[in-house]
Ligand binder design. Structure first.
Ligand code: PEP
Length: 249
């Protein structure tokens, strides 16, 4: 039985005081929640938010990290720095990293392997553009991103990986994949994992949906048999919007 996993990606939002306030409210609001919870503030707020959620049932996530451990990489943040702040998981391959900042599957795979090597959990984001969906290529794009993102990752390491299916056209747009369309891709990804690893690995891996998930559509999405949680952007920025998603079903 897979445990539902709800994660909030705060993106480039919240000053330090705003982030601390939201984290404090979430600790209270989610303390009796029965799912796995994660919040990913900006790098500059990781330390402060980490101190607030320390000892709670919410884990600390980062939104990205460097391909390298240290050295001449101006503006980048290393896996070692994240671990030092108590980060437990890192979101990699987010569509904004892929499409605004030009990260490709090779670079994402390098980050995935580095994070896993250092014992971080990874949320690997995959998802097709609207043109790719309209051309009937959603499955092939998601398959390629999954295979390339996980290249060289062992079945043992895969235990620390969650996949987030995030159709790019649904992120921050208010358009959500129908539960049936999302389920079809989730089922397909699980098959790919079975082919790459084993039926057991496929049965165990968590696959989140992301893309304009909110209190109104979360229940129908999470009711699908292969949707194991959500990666939430906009609706994770207030306790009023995030709490109901964290408590659906
Ligand atoms: C995201 O950025 O991962 C996301 C799903 O954003 P939103 O919920 O705002 O669509």
């Amino acid at each position: 039985m897979r445990k539902t996993y709800i994660a909030g990606n705060w993106k480039m939002n919240k000053t330090k005081s705003e982030a601390v306030e939201l984290a404090k409210s979430l600790v209270v609001a989610l303390k009796d929640g029965k799912y796995k919870y994660m919040i990913a503030p900006s790098f500059t707020n990781l330390d402060a938010v980490g101190q607030i959620i320390n000892g709670s049932n919410i884990i600390l996530g980062a939104q990205n990290m460097s391909t390298d451990e240290s050295g001449a990489h101006t503006g980048e943040v290393s896996v070692l720095m994240l671990k030092d702040l108590g980060v437990k998981t890192v979101i990699l391959g987010h569509s904004e990293r892929r499409h605004i900042y030009g990260e490709d599957d090779l670079m994402i795979n390098k980050k995935v392997k580095l994070a896993l090597k250092h014992g971080l959990e990874v949320i690997l984001c995959i998802g097709e553009l609207i043109e790719e969906r309209e051309a009937g290529k959603a499955e092939i794009v998601c398959e390629q991103q999954t295979r390339d993102g996980l290249s060289g990752v062992s079945e043992e390491e895969l235990k620390n990986v969650t996949i987030a299916y995030e159709p790019v056209w649904a992120i921050g747009t208010g358009k959500t994949a129908t539960p049936e369309d999302a389920q079809a891709i989730h089922e397909y990804i699980r098959k790919i994992i079975s082919n790459m690893y084993s039926a057991d690995a496929a049965e165990k891996i968590l696959i989140q949906y992301g893309g304009s998930m909110n209190a109104g559509n979360a229940e129908a999405l999470l009711a699908q048999k292969d949707i194991d949680g959500g990666l939430i952007g906009g609706a994770s920025l207030s306790v009023e919007k995030f709490e109901p998603i964290c408590k659906v079903k």
